[in-house]
Design a binder for this molecule. Structure first.
Ligand SMILES: Nc1nc2c(ncn2[C@@H]2O[C@H](COP(=O)(O)O)[C@@H](O)[C@H]2O)c(=O)[nH]1
Ligand SMILES: [Mg+2]
Ligand SMILES: [Zn+2]
Length: 548
């Protein structure tokens, strides 16, 4: 083998690169690493690739500056012996590149996932569409959740826009000491949600969340006891627990507790259950239940109904009044029918709400702890049940004309001994109490109108949103207080009370007169509003038009 040395201190080796011979020249003081790089560069392979040289005899030659020389005719072959060993810089570069690659891949994966999610959502939407109403139901749920949140913020069961002064009082220890009922304005049932009721075909009434402790006997002041019997009673000044105490007093006072052999604790539990099964709708809430029952109690005293009705009938009137709007969802029968809710489907569009109120009433009475009728005979229970159902069903205003017409017929020769006459009289009485807000003083009745319109507007807003028919009298764009009341007073309330007052003339002064006054008030208000709006339009006429 000849020496690859030179006078300049350089050396050279020959490489066989796929049959082509290449000379590599390097300095005599070149490092092994540098020589490695030179060989790799000549062969066009990565400098990091571990290589070995093989001589013409097949022997391995170590790659270092002192390696044996060779000639053009005995070139070394290059063998790659492993994966490249990376320099630190290359390692960093490789890591960066692999991270970038990973990110690009994951971006692609995200895109793929997005596409997959989109198609899955589209599939679900298709399925929901295919299942028709369910999509609407889900929307309703969402709206209801929104409405519930609004309601929680606004505390709806309240006295609307009214600032009444306390004219009546409750003895300080009768309800507020905690030993009695606790106020429960914002119970979790505070939702206007027909969907939830509708979804629950086997309605389970709420049971009182607290048991009734042994408590000191309630003490209503004499003033309150007296005021409770009047239609002028200020129903806005009482907390729920106070209203419960008042209701309790009424049942005791009418002798129903002894007549029905009611355990006083069971009465308290029943009242709590009734309260808890009213929702916090703007209008159809526990306070409305209280108003109707208090008016019934007032009418019983005012018209001496104890003389013409049995205790059982009085019980039927009072229980029906307290239960007549149980679990009202805040949307009327027209909505139930048009929206084809579960209630409408369940009751074949026939008074779905009233049927539901009655069913809830008897669910409550089917629970031993809240069954105020557990002490009566089987026969008496059946009679009371029939009477209460009849009365609650008669509160459907769709039956107003029919019931009033029957009563007018019987009035021609009214017979207090005729069960059919008495049944229709009871229907008339609960109907009167149900819509009696306008009988009350203006400062009590007007906030109720605000509440009623609030509930109406909620319904028509929803009907518009759901593409359902909506009633003009519920439309916020057209209704005013006078427009809501003049017709209702003239054609519904006054004729109704006038008919009953033919049997009980004492109602003329206490109830029919206030109704006429209210009608006159709203008629005056209507004229005033019209004049004002005409003046407003006139003021808007441009000056140039005046000159004409
Ligand atoms: N325009 C008015 N409508 C009234 C008023 N008070 C009651 N009503 C309507 O009657 C029903 C009564 O049935 P309910 O069992 O639902 O309470 C009520 O829904 C209203 O539609 C009134 O003062 N003005
Ligand atoms: Mg009702
Ligand atoms: Zn009612």
């Amino acid at each position: 083998m000849g020496s690859g040395g030179s006078a300049l201190g350089t050396r050279s080796i020959y490489l066989d690169l796929d049959g082509r011979v290449q000379q590599v020249v390097f300095g005599s003081r070149c490092s092994t690493a540098h020589l490695n790089d030179l060989v790799c560069d000549s062969a066009g392979i990565n400098r990091c690739t571990p290589i070995s040289l093989i001589d013409s005899n097949g022997a391995t030659v170590s790659l270092d500056p002192g390696m044996p020389y060779n000639t053009h005719s005995t070139p070394y072959k290059i063998i790659q012996v492993g994966t490249p060993q990376l320099s630190q810089r290359d390692t960093i570069l490789r890591d960066c590149l692999s991270q970038m690659a990973e990110q690009i891949a994951s971006a692609f994966r995200i895109q793929e996932q997005r596409t997959e999610f989109s198609s899955r959502i589209a599939m679900l939407e298709k399925r929901l569409d295919a299942e028709g109403l369910k999509l609407v139901e889900i929307d309703k749920c969402k709206n209801d959740i929104r409405a519930l949140k609004d309601k929680m913020m606004n505390c709806p069961d309240r006295k609307c826009n009214s600032n009444l002064t306390r004219s009546l009082s409750v003895h300080s220890n009768d309800t507020r000491g905690g030993a009695h009922y606790s106020a429960n304005r914002n119970s979790p049932r505070s939702m206007s949600n027909p969907t939830l009721t509708m979804a629950c075909l086997d309605y389970k009434p709420r049971t009182p969340r607290r048991d009734v402790p042994a408590y000191p006997k309630y003490m209503l002041s004499q003033e309150t006891i007296h005021a409770l019997k009047q239609p002028t009673f200020d129903v806005w000044q009482w907390e729920h627990n106070e209203m419960l105490s008042c209701l309790e007093h009424m049942f005791h006072d009418l002798g129903l507790v002894s007549e029905f052999n009611i355990n006083p604790i069971t009465l308290k539990r029943w009242l709590l259950a009734v309260q808890e099964n009213y929702r916090n709708n703007p209008f159809h809430n526990f306070r409305h239940c209280f108003c109707v029952t208090q008016m019934m109690y007032g009418v019983i005293h005012h018209c001496n109904l104890q003389e013409i009705f049995t205790a059982m009938d009085l019980g039927i009137l009072m229980i029906a009044a307290a239960c007549h709007d149980l679990d009202h969802p805040g949307y009327n029968n027209a909505y139930q029918v048009n929206a084809r809710t579960e209630l409408a489907v369940r009751y074949n569009d026939v008074s779905p709400l009233e049927n539901h109120h009655a069913a809830v009433a008897f669910h409550i009475l089917s629970t031993p702890e809240t069954n105020i009728l557990s002490g009566v005979t089987h026969h008496a229970f059946t009679h009371i049940r029939q009477g209460v159902i009849e009365l609650i069903l008669s509160t459907d205003m769709a039956r107003h004309g029919e019931i009033l017409a029957s009563f007018r017929e019987y009035l021609k020769d009214f017979d207090f001994g005729n069960p059919e006459h008495m049944k229709v009289l009871k229907m008339m009485l609960i109907k009167c109490c149900d819509i009696s807000n306008e009988v009350r003083p203006m400062e009590v009745s007007e906030p109720w109108l605000d509440c009623l319109l609030e509930e109406y507007f909620m319904q028509s807003d929803r009907e518009k949103q759901e593409g359902l028919p909506f009633a003009a009298f519920m439309d916020r764009d057209t209704v005013t207080k006078p427009s809501a009341q003049i017709g209702f007073l003239s054609f519904v309330l006054i004729p109704l009370f006038e008919a009953v007052s033919q049997l009980f003339p004492q109602m003329e002064e206490t109830m029919v007169h206030p109704l006429r006054e209210s009608r006159d008030h709203y008629q005056e208000l209507s004229v005033l509003q019209e004049t004002l709006s005409k003046k407003k339009s006139a003021d808007k006429v441009p000056e140039g038009d005046d000159a004409k």
